[in-house]
Design a protein around this ligand. Structure first.
Ligand code: BES
Ligand code: MN
Ligand code: MN
Length: 487
């Protein structure tokens, strides 16, 4: 790997960055076009829109000189959403790594839609506010992940425009998924089906994570895994009048609350036997490095409307340690009985909860649901029974920080933003990274530009223009850096 790409005034990187600056309005209006397509992968009603969003991305890649295919996934009768696959062969004398760029073009559902200040698929640019967020695009998918994929697509477009070469002569395979937000059910078969081609890639590059804060770019070297379950506790074989039966049978809603309230002990530890068995301890070196990061737990709490006293979590660990390197259990939703308007007196027959676990190395997402279901069974009220669903999951990953690819991305961010990126981990999950490690043996570099207050998955999701700019420049700098590796 060569040394830092500090762009000489007439170098192709400097010209690419000027191109990005001059064409930013057009870049953003292209992003707006993409954001208008409601590619919600989890809701079958949007199937056609998801496909449209895929085709739209394929057209962008083609415009940047990378012929792209929109490939179907899934099986007969169980169709998945398409994968966009594109390739740039690299310049004849290119000697650098073959990069697999991964992103997702699907988005989360928009509900509760009434909490949006503007319709989720009618993107608007809002001006920055002093002391508040900067100039930003507000729409579903703005930061997760269309806006972040767009930074890369625009860097490709800029290189094509300035050098005439697709991807500046770097060897790329681009894979854009349409099911990331709904569990990636068809990705593993797809990767296995294309294993021979994907095996040529040396590492995976993803822009789907965040920074440490405004003006504090970061490279993420680890994400958590996930195991997602749904449990239903079933009591009587029918809903009951709560007056006639209250006091004579246990209420499944109450019983489920009683069971799930035992998930944590007084120290915030998950009580499921075996849950922590494979958890790798945090190294003293990481503890020290994380404690020094310019990040304030108190400020983070304030940004979500809570005082510092509201800090909660596993005892003995700092907030960053808890989010980046400790597993957790969450109740994402509970339902049972009457939840409509007004009052209805009822003891429901059944009560359900969506319970998920964030996992860390070396926990196995295939094992955790079984442990949880056994734990539930051991707490079954007399005469009651359970139904269990294991939804989806993914392995967490940690990238060796000595990786030359991580170092290259780090230099690119430094060159593009003028600041050395912090090395951070994230509490979120990006299942493809673990999958690629398991199937292809390759590591992932997470070069993301989101902010903690971007309202990912929530109403009024946004992506700040300054973050977009820094991301597009960083991708350009990384391409320049890799392209400089010649025979
Ligand atoms: N991009 C997010 C994950 C993320 C966000 C990582 C911010 C780091 C920082 C991704 O699209 C996502 O939402 N992942 C899901 C998991 C998936 C299996 C539904 C998650 O983390 O809940
Ligand atoms: Mn994402
Ligand atoms: Mn997401």
């Amino acid at each position: 790997m060569p040394n830092p790409a500090s762009p000489a005034p007439h170098s192709s990187l400097a010209r690419v960055i000027s191109w990005l600056d001059e064409n930013e309005p057009q870049s953003l209006s292209r992003l707006v076009d993409w954001l208008k397509i409601p590619s919600i992968s989890t809701d079958p009603q949007y199937r056609v829109d998801v496909k449209r969003a895929a085709q739209w991305a394929a057209d962008q890649l083609a415009a940047a000189g990378l012929p792209a295919q929109v490939l179907p996934t899934g099986a007969e009768g169980k169709p998945g959403h398409p994968v966009v696959l594109a390739h740039s062969p690299g310049a004849p004398d290119y000697q650098g790594p073959h990069v697999l760029f991964y992103g997702h073009y699907d988005v989360q559902p928009v509900d509760p839609v009434e909490l949006w200040d503007s319709p989720p698929f009618e993107p608007v640019v809002r001006e920055g506010e002093p002391g508040g967020p900067g100039r930003r695009i507000v729409a579903r998918g703005a930061v997760d992940d269309k806006g972040q994929v767009m930074m890369f697509l625009e860097a490709l477009r800029a290189f094509k425009a300035v050098t005439g070469q697709p991807a500046g002569g770097v060897k790329f395979t681009v894979l854009l998924e349409g099911e990331e937000e709904s569990g990636s059910a068809n990705l593993e078969p797809f990767v296995k089906q294309h294993e021979a081609a994907l095996r040529r890639c040396d590492f995976c590059l993803i822009s789907d994570t965040g920074m440490l804060g405004r003006g504090k770019p970061a490279i993420t070297y680890g994400v958590r895994g996930l195991a997602y379950t749904e449990v239903t506790l079933i009591g009587p074989d029918q809903d009951l009048h709560s007056g006639l039966w209250g006091g004579r049978v246990l209420n499944p809603n109450a019983a489920l609350c009683q069971v799930l309230s035992q998930l944590w002990d007084k120290d915030g530890k998950v009580t499921i036997p075996g849950f922590y068995d494979a958890v790798r301890p945090i190294s003293p070196r990481e503890r020290e490095a994380w404690a020094k990061l310019p990040w304030s737990a108190e400020e983070a709490l304030r940004s979500i409307g809570l005082p510092k006293e509201a800090d909660w979590g596993e005892k003995g660990f700092s907030p960053t340690e808890r989010a980046w390197a400790r597993p957790t259990a969450e109740i994402n939703g509970m339902y049972g009985g009457y939840t409509g308007p007004g009052a209805k007196t009822v003891i429901p027959s059944r009560a359900s909860a969506k319970v998920s676990f964030r996992l860390v190395a070396d926990q196995d997402p295939a094992k955790i649901p079984g442990l949880f279901f056994e734990w539930c069974k051991a707490r079954t009220p007399a005469g009651f029974r359970w139904e269990f669903v294991d939804h989806h999951g993914g392995h967490g990953v940690t990238v060796p920080i000595e990786s030359p690819y991580l170092a290259a991305a780090s230099r690119a961010v430094q060159a593009a933003c003028g600041v050395e990126p912090a090395l951070i981990k994230s509490g979120g999950s990006i299942p493809v990274a673990g999958m690629l490690k398991a199937i292809l043996g390759i590591d992932t570099v997470f070069m993301g530009f989101g902010l903690d207050d971007d309202r990912v998955h929530s109403p009024n999701e946004k992506f700040e223009i300054e973050c977009f700019r820094q991301g597009a420049r960083s991708h350009a700098a990384l391409i320049a850096e890799l392209g400089a590796v010649k025979k």
